[in-house]
Ligand binder design. Structure first.
Ligand code: AMP
Length: 543
């Protein structure tokens, strides 16, 4: 017998319409190149999204056609998200920090018909455009007064385009399984792979991220999404905030600037924010040097890469709860989150400082397992390491226009490429990327745990550990460190001694090398492939 409930398609169009009706007065604040503090309401945003959609309808695109964006987090990008996807096109967010060859590959592979770009990227686009013949027009996200001079024949001014549209545009009724967004993973080797989200998956993911033990959003929150809208849809914030009715504060191209972030938090009353560890390091460094505080900020979500204890404790000092989240582009992205702060009293200080750094518990809707090399499931005992596999309604079942690869080898599961432990309470801890794990004499050493220990040294600004060739053990850990400005006297002996008693003796790095900076990839993570290349001719001392 079937239930007797209405079968409404789960469309992100509904999020927009709900926000317009119910949270119409709520504010959206943005930093843009033409206005350091643009502000308007959800009602105005979505009226403009309709005007945009009606103007774009004149272009004669087909359902499912891709519209690319090369843009920062701001209100025009938000309008483009909804205006394109809710018209039945696919909003393809492109990471502008990728190499030009990767950008050309992505734009052509996705078959983008139009691309909306921030004026900051015009010089880049002028170079790429001849290699992207499928793109019919380039829409510059600004007004006529600020429109830069360009030789690009097919450049269109965004505000002029919107002005020509009609607010009376009626959104089409789409199938909930229709694609709404596309994002390519910035793979370290091979071509980037496209992850194609549906309206349904995006909606379900947004619901899930709002849960109290996830991001915990409410209408009284003021949310600052620092994580870029080109990196997995800013972890769902452009959908979950209008759903909850939270005020949104977009940092534009100032997302890595600690001073702008601190000012936005204090002036706009930000309560909640999300970003990768690098931006939190920038914010905490600014707070320290300026003496500022962040009184309104209640919680930050730290994800995208392992979070060192120094960030978690750095936020403690300002009364801000930090929650580590784990996920992937392929997972929309949220898979797990660590909300253990609420249960801190159950643990000793030492246990808690270990627990809080774990990637957290799976959120409802994401199923996880860890398996050994033969695919046998491993116990959730907090000790067994295995390859992490996931499944759920917002996890990709295949890559866009690509043959199935190893990641989908087991039917119904996605292999994340991460190595993890899961404890009896469901706390998952990432110990490595499969490719980064260090195998010493056949035993695994977690590079992330060693990095966490190194990062807790007061003179260390950033640290990475790679497995390096060793004639006896096949690989041993090599620690590479960037010293803090005032920690230039840190010696190799002092650094290595820091590991005593903190990790098993045989995990201790064999050597440490100091560098001025570490290579970072397009999403701000340490690029270990480059680091391994950089140190390929290195020999451990005494060998
Ligand atoms: P991306 O698809 O670019 O978001 O990258 C996803 C990958 O980032 C994951 O597979 C992990 O290797 C890494 N990652 C994300 N969150 C965390 C975390 N909290 N701790 C450790 N690694 C993480």
């Amino acid at each position: 017998m079937q239930g007797l409930m209405m079968n409404m398609p789960l469309l992100i169009t509904e999020i927009m319409q709900h926000a317009e009706r119910v949270n119409g007065q709520q504010e959206i604040v943005s930093v843009t190149r033409d206005n350091p503090r643009h502000r308007y309401t959800y009602r105005e945003a979505f009226a403009r999204a309709r005007k945009l959609a009606s103007a774009v309808a004149e272009w004669g695109l087909a359902r499912g056609d891709r519209i690319g964006t090369l843009a920062w987090n701001d209100y025009r990008h938000l309008e483009t998200y909804y205006g394109s996807a809710c018209s039945g096109y696919v909003c393809h967010t492109i990471n502008p920090r990728l190499f030009p060859e990767q950008l050309v590959y992505i734009i052509n592979h996705a078959e983008d018909r139009y691309i909306f770009l921030d004026p900051d990227f015009l010089p880049l686009v002028e170079k790429l455009a001849p290699e992207c013949p499928g793109v019919k027009g380039w829409v510059v996200l600004t007004d006529e007064a600020n429109m830069p001079a360009t030789e690009l024949a097919s450049a269109i001014c965004y505000e002029t385009l919107v002005a020509g549209g009609s607010e009376d545009f009626v959104w089409p009724v789409l199938d909930e399984n229709d694609a709404c967004a596309l994002c390519y993973t910035s793979g370290t080797t091979g071509h980037p792979k496209g992850v194609l989200y549906s309206h349904r998956s995006t909606m379900l993911h947004a619901y899930a991220t709002m849960m109290p033990d996830a991001m915990g959003l409410s209408a009284s929150d003021v949310v600052l999404p620092i994580v870029p809208m080109f990196h997995v849809n800013a972890w769902g914030n452009p959908y979950s905030c209008p759903m909850a009715g939270s005020k949104m504060v977009f940092p534009g191209n100032k997302m890595g600037d600690g001073e702008t972030l601190a000012n936005l938090i204090n002036e706009e009353g930000v309560t909640l924010s999300a970003g990768v560890p690098t931006v939190w390091l920038a914010l905490l460094a600014h707070l320290k040097t300026s003496g500022k505080t962040v009184e309104t900020l209640k919680r930050v979500v730290v994800g995208g890469a392992a979070c060192p204890l120094s960030i978690a404790e750095g936020f403690d000092a300002y009364g801000v709860e930090s929650r580590i989240g784990w996920g992937m582009t392929e997972m929309s992205p949220l898979g797990s989150i660590n909300a253990s702060a609420d249960q801190k009293d159950r643990y000793s200080a030492e246990e808690y400082s270990r627990l809080r750094l774990k990637a957290g518990r799976p959120i409802f809707g994401v199923e996880m397992k860890i398996v050994d090399d033969e695919g046998n499931e491993l116990p959730w005992d907090g000790k067994a390491y295995g390859s992490l596999k996931v499944r759920g309604s917002w996890i990709c079942s295949a890559y866009f226009k690509r043959e199935a690869d190893g990641a989908h080898a087991e039917p119904g599961w996605f292999e994340t490429g991460d190595v993890a432990t899961i404890d009896p309470e469901g706390y998952m801890a990432i110990t490595d990327r499969t490719k980064d794990v260090i195998k010493s004499g056949g035993e695994w050493i977690s590079s992330i745990e060693l990095e966490n220990v190194a990062m807790s040294h007061p003179k260390v600004a950033e640290a990475a550990v790679i497995g390096h060739y060793h004639p006896k053990w096949s690989e041993r850990p090599l620690l590479i460190v960037v010293r803090k400005g005032d920690g230039q006297d840190l010696t190799a002996e002092e650094m290595l001694a820091w590991f005593e008693g903190k990790v098993a003796t045989w995990w201790k790095p064999d050597a440490v090398e100091f560098v001025a900076e570490l290579p970072h990839g397009a999403t701000g993570k340490i690029h270990k492939v480059s680091l391994r290349e950089q140190f390929q001719d290195y020999s451990f001392p005494g060998l």
